[in-house]
Design a protein around this ligand. Sequence first.
Ligand code: GAR
Length: 198
Amino acid sequence: MIRLALFASGSGSNAENIADYFQNREDVEVSLILSNKRDAYVHVRARRLGIPSCTFSKSEFDEGTAVLELLRRHDIGFIVLAGFLLKVSHPLLEAYPRRIVNIHPALLPKHGGKGMYGDRVHRAVVEAGETESGITIHYVNEHYDEGDIIFQATCEVLPGDTPEELAGRVHALEYTHFPRVIEALLKKIAPRGQQFEF
Ligand code: GAR
């Protein structure tokens, strides 16, 4: 059994979709939802799903001890950032090498980096006149949106698209692919949860 922690800063629709996907499984459990925002809607979703959720401050996150203690207490083996807006701190990166993945709502390396999240990304894509956008799932490293890319899927940007219309198309890609990519990654973890094969 591998236990996942989902980190989300806002609505948490991806977090809920992932939790739904892995419900009633014997090999994977979404055990914890964490946020840097006390009033994030993801906490409401967590309550509904019966998954414990907690909030930490940016300074607690950067310092690491309390968050790592929480992750250890819940025996978390893998971390998924699903709409999480803080840069992941060194203590977490060291404790979970190649075990933290993020989803970005565009085709990295374009339209990523500090401050590029959610609707801002879709606005940038539309304003740049792109004809294609999509999703990028990548390992997390010490830089925003720069870890090795694991998976991308694309969608069209149609003439006259608003950022909201594009967001709808990108969200649909996220819901379809993110849980499946996580599942594929987890299959590559050694049985004892100690080592990746890649
Ligand atoms: C998602 O589209 C995710 O790709 C994006 O935030 C949204 C969260 O939506 N993440 C980033 O922009 C990270 N840079 P949700 O809270 O409804 O899942």
